[in-house]
Structure formats: C-alpha cells, structure tokens
Design a protein around this ligand. Structure first.
Ligand SMILES: [Zn+2]
Ligand SMILES: [Zn+2]
Length: 143
C-alpha cells in the first residue's frame, strides 16, 4: 500500500500554503472555492467525473495556475486540473479529457458551455469589452 493512507492525524487542510511563485490574480480563496464548487465537470467519463467531484468535495481540487500541455496537440491548452487533453482534442477524438480513454462522456463538451463557464481571464476580458461596447453604443440605457 502507498503511504497515502497511513496518515491518520486530523490536521485540517487550512494551513497556510506556501506559494513560491508570485500570483497575479486578485481572486481570494473564497471566490476560488466558489468557482471550483460551481465547476461543471464536462468532457470527462463517469469515473473521472466522480474523481473530480470527490476532489472538490474534500477540498483536494487544485485549480491550475497556468495552462498545461495537452498530450495530443502538445499546446499549452489544458485549462482544467487533472485533465491530460485540451477540450477541442478530447472532443474531436471523442475521448475523456482526463484519462484519455474512449469512454462515454457524461456531460459532452460544447462550445457555448465553454464560453459561459470557462474562467479564462482573456475570455472574460473579451466578453466584458463586448458587453461594455454594447452598453456604450446602445442609445437607450438598459435599466
Ligand atoms: Zn489539444
Ligand atoms: Zn475518464
């Protein structure tokens, strides 16, 4: 057995984490947690979905601080923790984005879903720009 199960001490996982790299984001932990909790585990198989949900439930889900390399297209396009493949690749190959196996995908990934749920800052910025452009350009203030 691995040493993982050996530790029975009840220390809470609230210890201050040492972040050695400077993080530029202004999101505080509660916002981060909310985001994680609201996360929809799409594009993965049942087993992987359960693993991800388990991680979220037990606060073991660590969001990526920067995109990871996709095993398929070799671009840094993986934005979801524990995924090995980026969404477009997994979608195209019809495989689970986490384990890479050809399993039935519980919540199929869709582009509009990505647009509304992905918390990519660039995307948010773009969306915000479009939104404000519409607000500014619209003759009537929408209230
Ligand atoms: Zn890819
Ligand atoms: Zn899977």
């Amino acid at each position: 057995m691995s040493s993982q199960k050996g530790n029975v001490s009840r220390s809470r996982p609230q210890k201050h984490q040492n972040t050695f790299s400077f993080r530029n984001d202004k999101f505080d932990k509660s916002v981060q947690t909310k985001k994680i909790n609201a996360k929809l585990h799409d594009g993965v198989c049942q087993r992987c979905k359960e693993v991800l949900e388990w991680r979220v439930k037990y606060s073991k889900y660590k969001p990526l601080s920067k995109p990871k390399k996709c095993v398929k297209c070799l671009q840094k396009t993986v934005k979801d923790s524990y995924h090995i493949m980026c969404r477009p690749c997994a979608y195209e190959l019809e495989v689970c984005a986490k384990c890479g196996k050809k399993e039935e995908i519980v919540i199929p990934w869709r582009f509009p879903l990505l647009l509304s749920l992905e918390c990519s800052r660039e995307l948010m910025a773009t969306t915000a720009t479009i939104y404000w452009a519409q607000v500014i350009l619209s003759p009537q203030p929408s209230k």
